[in-house]
Design a protein around this ligand. Structure first.
Ligand SMILES: [Zn+2]
Length: 429
């Protein structure tokens, strides 16, 4: 018998409406309601907050095929360091995860090298080309938790409609990176005053909004569940709010950078501020924050997108889109939403635990007796400064370098195994 006693924490399990000081016993990888035996390993928490393990619904692990950027091993190490115990992996790997063989390979690789749970998604279209549907039923059988062409929004409304009809049959969520490419073509930053000042091609908010509106209509028509990923514009928020008020099964996702960073950061042509969709205006940031606070946008993701330094260290136009996020997201969300905006810690934790678990059917997100012991210990008041050199991720492309954040994960456990222990709280074996 293998027992670990987390002693003297504040146990915060929003799904069970539990928020009280207490001890938590982990026995053979599961939460136990019993009494610890004399041989239990004791980890003292001194009032730190214990929550169900955080779940990130949007990461790019880059394996197979792009392991110079990241691997399942390094990406999941970054996840554990950031307090995440489960990640939902996007299918834009090489090859694209558009069939059951690639999904099976990824799941096997995750079992061998992953430090946290990896839940794969499958592509909507073959090769993410937006032409022919991937075998959605076979992907479902292979264990995907959603389908998405993230990075390559399906441009054809007819193909998207058929994807939603199939997904509806399996009640499989569809995640969409909303970008009408006839409107965003060539754009590398938000279209507006700053793109004109800097002489860079613009990617306007309307390119996102058109697709959010399309998705609202198609979700309503088909009854499928759709998540509009990493929303960046005030217009998108308005369309989402209206659709949800009508009962459409449309959801929105926020990313840390769109909650607190704005377009003028591109002024120095630093490619760590180049992401897709781009950083927008202060009004857009305000709208996204309000939507998160009032529940219009329910999901909090990272959109962790590692790239090699040599790929990012080029001219702004030429650099790939994307920034890393796994090791900074919790700090940003606590800083911005809890300390900055007055959202309760319980609400933010709920959005990062039982909400995604329930929505994607992951069977996680709880500290109830008998549950798999995936948990995160966080210190919501701890101030720290982001240093990319300390990242476990191979990616160094963060827009938060040098920023002081308030709140950090200090201890992460996956299936009863300690995966991150920032302060060395567990006794050495
Ligand atoms: Zn995307």
């Amino acid at each position: 018998m293998n027992e670990i006693l987390l002693q003297g924490g504040r146990i915060l399990d929003p799904g069970a409406r539990r928020d009280a000081p207490g001890d938590l016993l982990i026995r053979d990888g599961r939460i136990s309601g019993g009494k610890p035996s004399t041989g239990a390993v004791v980890v003292k928490l001194d009032g730190l907050v214990v929550t169900p393990g955080l779940i990130d619904p949007h990461v790019h692990l880059r394996e197979p095929g792009q392991s110079a950027k990241e691997t399942i091993g390094t990406g999941t190490a970054a996840a554990a360091a950031g307090g995440f115990t489960s990640v939902i992996a996007m299918p834009n790997t090489a090859p694209v995860a558009d069939g059951p063989n690639t999904i099976a390979w990824m799941r096997q690789r995750a079992r061998e090298t992953g430090l946290v749970n990896v839940f794969p998604t499958g592509a909507i279209s073959l090769g993410q080309k937006g032409e022919a549907l991937a075998p959605i039923g076979a992907l479902r059988q292979a264990g995907v938790v959603a389908i998405t062409d993230d990075g390559h929004c399906i441009q054809s409304a007819e193909l998207m409609r058929r994807a939603l009809e199939y997904a509806r049959m399996f009640d499989l969520p569809v995640l969409d990176h909303c970008e009408d490419r006839s409107l965003s073509a060539g754009g590398v930053m938000n279209e507006g005053r700053w793109s004109r000042i800097l002489g860079l091609p613009g990617w306007p908010g309307i390119a996102e909004e058109v697709m959010v509106a399309r998705n609202a209509l198609l979700a309503e028509l088909t009854g499928a569940r759709v998540v509009c990923q990493h929303l960046s514009s005030a217009g998108s928020v308005r369309i989402l709010r209206e659709a949800r008020a009508r009962g459409v099964r449309l959801d929105g996702e926020a990313s840390p950078h769109h909650l607190c960073l704005t377009e003028e950061l591109v002024e120095g042509y630093d490619t760590n501020f180049k992401m897709n969709p781009p950083l927008r205006t202060a009004e857009d940031v305000k709208a996204v924050r309000e939507a998160v606070a009032d529940g219009t946008i329910r999901f909090l993701a990272t959109d962790h997108a590692p790239h090699c330094s040599y790929e990012k260290e080029v001219e702004f136009d030429e650099a790939p889109f994307g920034v890393v996020g796994l090791e900074t997201a919790l700090g940003v969300y606590l800083t911005e939403l809890v300390h900055g905006q007055g959202m309760s810690l319980g609400e933010v934790v709920a959005r990062m635990t039982h909400l995604p678990s329930d929505y994607f059917g992951l069977g996680r997100g709880t500290l109830g007796e008998g549950a798999v012991a995936d948990l995160t210990v966080m210190d919501p008041g701890r101030k720290w400064t982001v240093k990319k050199e300390d990242f476990r991720s191979k990616g160094r492309n963060t827009p938060f370098e040098g920023r002081e954040l308030k709140g950090r994960a200090v201890f992460t456990m996956v299936g009863g195994e300690i995966r991150h222990d920032l302060d060395g709280r567990a006794p050495k074996k």
